[in-house]
Design a protein around this ligand. Structure first.
Ligand code: NAD
Length: 554
């Protein structure tokens, strides 16, 4: 990690109007890299780990410093190439080209296993970038907050709302930490089981989780009382899901909803039953034995989930590949037809939104001033006066979602609206209504930017789950249309070899010239997503394409 080369003190993004680079695009990339690593954002800043188990923003501290130097000196017609968190080439390109292109964790398909990745990682050749960590557009838990809120709302639709219902989940890390607030925003009660006490404490301090306990009895009592009264309550239970879940089954406590966000996509990040210090030591000293014990724990964890499902709980996988791990551990997780016994959250709740080109669109203000976010919120409400979902979310977000690092906002906007919003923000920068440029991007979990058969593209209507041409087309389109930086990764969400996905960021710098690039990028990016769903045979996508004039060849 070259710890000795880590800059002294905490990493904090520059804020305000003063440039440290030659262009706003390079400046924005630098600030977002720093933002990913600032202590109020990153999961383990010293290790350069941002979120999602081991998702890093740079390979090590030496390469971090080299990236910073390269960005500060980058000419307006140059492009920095970053290979798995290491700057490798400064290409002479042109002013409208991306200033940075990033490729993370990509391995030739036949070699693309976690074991090979670990070997290359030890050889110092590669880095796991998760999705938004290695592509420098992570914005803290808020990035996933709206998606989690919407997913819980969709799951609860059959009851009208989550009021008086109990959710059981595990994991309260960076992404998984969005779950307590998502449940209470939907008026529900949640028990979120987390091994590491500090992770729960952080959410209590942020006021996004209400209560913490080490006692399963106390958690059950609190939950049942709140459920009876129909009042929202989030409970962080310090414990291991592999112990807590079977115990709940034994006591006949069957939640209404069960899901999970432990980092099971990487077996070495899932924490097995045992003394925490001892198991973490075991991981260092004997990874094989650690893996065996993690799989053993997953077996107990998932068997309890399946039992809860049998007894009436609604169960969905939350994009962490727990089901495949359970299969590896010997759990009978598939039915007679070879289908997982419980669905992933995308086919269950999110795909209809993808068919409209909707997804986790987001922006961060480089001024560092929260008021700039509030001004954009207000302007958006005026731009889309009929969008009730947007209005409800913006109100809740302002009241209840804390900023982490640079003030930012996520909104699930669709095709057409993203471009309108981008141009509006650019005009606000131009008119100095807000104090500095704004970065606009999205998660890689989006309609046309990912191939991930156990998550975003699970159970596609035409069977095209594993076809990865789509994210490559997306990556190329965003590059040629003039994003500020673009990225292509392997393994986000579900682990190495199981997904390929593309990201982009574009800076609204307030210039007239930028308007065209914003319009192009923010149109083609969801455009290829609609095309992907038209091609797979989704009626809703066909309808959206017709209504919005998305050109599909005859
Ligand atoms: P994280 O590493 O920040 O947090 C995971 C937490 O789980 C940690 O705090 C860890 O202590 C805890 N944990 C591990 N094993 C446990 C166990 N056996 N019992 C209880 N707690 C345990 O990771 P994250 O960013 O929160 O992501 C979690 C998972 O969700 C990852 O697999 C990620 O890929 C996936 N994910 C899904 C989505 C989505 O949209 N559905 C989005 C982001 C991440």
């Amino acid at each position: 990690m070259y710890y000795e080369e880590k800059p002294k003190g905490d990493i904090k993004p520059y804020i305000g109007k003063e440039l440290h680079c030659k262009t706003w695009d390079a400046e924005a990339a630098l600030r977002m890299l720093m933002n990913n690593l600032s202590p109020d954002v990153a999961l383990e800043p010293n290790e350069l780990i941002v979120y999602g188990g081991s998702g890093r923003a740079a390979r090590n501290w030496r390469e971090y410093n080299r990236i910073v130097r390269a960005l500060k000196n980058l000419d307006p017609d140059e492009t920095l190439c970053v290979q798995s968190g290491k700057p490798v080439y400064i290409a002479k390109t042109h002013e409208e080209a991306p200033r940075v292109i990033i490729a993370n964790s990509n391995i030739v398909p036949r070699w693309s296993t976690q074991e090979n990745f670990n070997k290359y990682d030890e050889m110092g050749l590669i880095m796991y970038g998760q999705m938004t960590a290695g592509s420098w557009i992570y914005i803290g838990t808020q990035g996933i907050q709206q998606g989690t809120y919407e997913t819980y709302a969709a799951a609860a639709k059959k009851f009208g709302s989550m009021k008086g219902k109990l959710v059981l989940t595990a994991g309260m890390g960076n992404m998984s930490g969005a779950q307590p607030l998502a449940a209470t925003m939907n008026e529900g009660v949640i028990i979120d089981v987390e091994v590491i006490e500090e992770r729960i404490k952080k959410r209590i301090e942020q006021k996004s989780c209400d209560k913490m306990t080490h006692s399963i009895d106390e958690a059950i009592n609190w939950a049942l009382e709140a459920k009876k009264k129909g009042v929202p309550l989030s409970i962080g239970l310090v414990g291991n899901a592999a112990e807590v879940h079977p115990e709940l089954v034994k006591r006949g406590i069957i939640p209404d909803f069960v899901t999970d966000q432990t980092p099971a996509h990487d077996i070495y990040q899932y924490i097995p039953i045992g003394d925490l210090k001892e198991v973490l030591k075991l991981r260092e000293e004997n990874p094989e034995e650690y893996k065996r014990r993690a799989l053993e724990s997953i077996k107990k964890h998932v068997n309890a989930i399946l039992e809860m499902q049998k007894r009436g709980a609604i169960v969905f996988d939350y994009g962490n590949n727990l089901r495949e791990r359970a299969e590896e551990a010997g759990v009978e997780i598939k039915d007679k037809n070879g289908k997982f016994k419980y669905p992933g959250f995308v086919p269950a709740y999110i795909r209809p939104l993808f068919c409209e080109g909707r997804g986790p669109f987001r922006w961060a203000v480089l001024s560092g001033d929260p008021n700039d976010i509030y001004k954009i919120d207000e302007a958006l409400l005026k731009l889309f006066p009929d969008d009730k979902v947007l209005a409800r979310w913006l109100k809740l977000a302002k009241e209840r979602v804390p900023f982490e690092g640079l003030p930012s906002r996520v909104c699930w906007l669709g095709y057409g609206d993203r471009a309108k919003a981008g141009i509006m923000i650019n005009n606000m920068v131009a008119d100095e209504e807000i104090k500095a440029p704004v970065v606009i991007g999205r998660d890689h979990l989006d309609c046309g930017s990912v191939a991930s058969p156990y998550r975003e593209t699970e159970d596609m209507r035409d069977g095209s789950d594993a076809i990865a041409d789509w994210p490559l087309l997306n990556f190329a389109l965003n590059t040629m249309c003039g994003a500020s930086w673009v990225s292509f990764h392997n393994g986000g969400g579900v682990g190495i070899g199981r997904s390929l996905h593309a990201g982009f960021v574009i800076v609204a710098d307030g210039t007239k010239k930028r308007e065209k690039r914003l319009e192009r990028v923010l149109t083609v990016d969801p455009g290829i997503g609609i095309a992907r769903h038209v091609d797979a045979g989704y009626e809703k996508a066909v309808k959206t394409a017709k209504e919005k004039n998305v050109k599909i060849p005859d």
